[in-house]
Design a protein around this ligand. Structure first.
Ligand SMILES: [Zn+2]
Length: 238
C-alpha cells in the first residue's frame, strides 16, 4: 500500500513538472502563442537570411534564457489582460483613421481597428521569440543599435526578434507594448513608410504603433495610482 502511495506521489510530481515546463514553453498574447525555440530549430528561409544578416554585423540570434522567458511571460500577460478587456475592444473598434495595407495600397480605413482586433483574438499563430545578443563582446552593428529600434519582425517569418538588453532592462509595460507591436506585424500589419521614418504621421497612424499605444494608455487608466507607465515613444521596434 505504501509503495502504491509512493508511486502516486511520484506520478503527480512528474505531472506537475510537465505542466510547469509546458507553461514556460509558451505564453499567449491574444490568440497567438509566443514560443522560445533555439534559433537553429527554425527553418524558414527568411529567418536563415535574417540570421546571416545579423551575424554579418557581429551579432548572434540567441534563444531566450529562463529570466528572459519570464520577462516575456510577464509582459505578454500584461498585454493580454488589456487586449481581452471590453473597454479595449470598444476603443480599437471605434478608431476611424488607422492606416491599413490593402491590395498593395495604403489606405486610411475605418475597418483597420476591427480587423486588427479580429486577427489578434482569432489567429492562433505560433510565434517564435528570439533575442539579439547585443551584450556580447565586439561590435554588433544591427539596426537595433539605432536608438529607436529594439525589436523587429523578419518579413514573412512567424518570428519576433528582441534586443536582449531591452528585454532585460526596460519597464515591463514598454516590453509589453513592443511585443504587441511585433505580433501585429506577424499578423500582417506593416508600416507605410520606411523603418527609420518613425516621426512620419503615416508611421504614427499605422496599426502596430496605434494598437500598442492604446494598450499603454489603457494600462495607465486602469491603474491610476501606480507610477506613470513608460510611454511607447520610439521604443516600438521596427
Ligand atoms: Zn513596427
Amino acid at each position: 500500500m505504501r509503495a502504491r502511495r509512493a508511486f502516486l506521489v511520484i506520478v503527480s510530481l512528474v505531472i506537475t513538472c510537465l505542466v510547469a515546463r509546458a507553461s514556460e514553453a509558451r505564453v499567449l498574447l491574444g490568440a497567438a502563442a509566443l514560443e522560445f525555440p533555439e534559433p537553429t530549430a527554425l527553418t524558414e528561409p527568411s529567418l536563415s537570411d535574417e540570421a546571416s544578416w545579423v551575424a554579418r554585423r557581429g551579432c548572434r540570434l540567441v534563444p531566450l534564457d529562463a529570466d528572459e522567458r519570464a520577462r516575456v511571460g510577464e509582459a505578454a500577460a500584461l498585454a493580454a489582460r488589456v487586449v481581452s478587456s471590453p473597454a479595449f475592444a470598444r476603443s480599437v473598434s471605434g478608431r476611424q483613421d488607422w492606416v491599413l495595407r490593402r491590395a498593395a495600397r495604403w489606405v486610411r480605413s475605418a475597418e483597420a481597428g476591427r480587423e486588427a482586433l479580429r486577427l489578434l483574438t482569432a489567429s492562433e499563430r505560433r510565434i517564435a521569440v528570439l533575442a539579439v545578443d547585443d551584450g556580447a563582446e565586439g561590435t554588433c552593428e544591427t539596426l537595433l543599435e539605432h536608438a529607436a529600434l529594439h525589436a523587429y519582425t523578419p518579413e514573412g517569418a512567424d518570428v519576433v526578434v528582441v534586443q536582449r538588453s531591452y528585454l532585460r532592462d526596460r519597464a515591463i509595460e514598454a516590453v509589453a507594448a513592443t511585443l504587441l507591436h511585433e505580433v501585429m506585424h506577424v499578423l500582417g500589419f506593416a508600416h507605410p513608410v520606411g523603418a527609420l521614418d518613425l516621426d512620419q504621421p503615416a508611421y504614427r497612424r499605422s496599426v502596430p504603433v496605434l494598437l500598442a499605444e492604446l494598450m499603454l494608455s489603457s494600462l495607465a487608466e486602469s491603474d491610476a495610482k501606480s507610477p506613470p507607465v513608460a510611454t511607447m515613444g520610439r521604443d516600438g521596434g521596427l
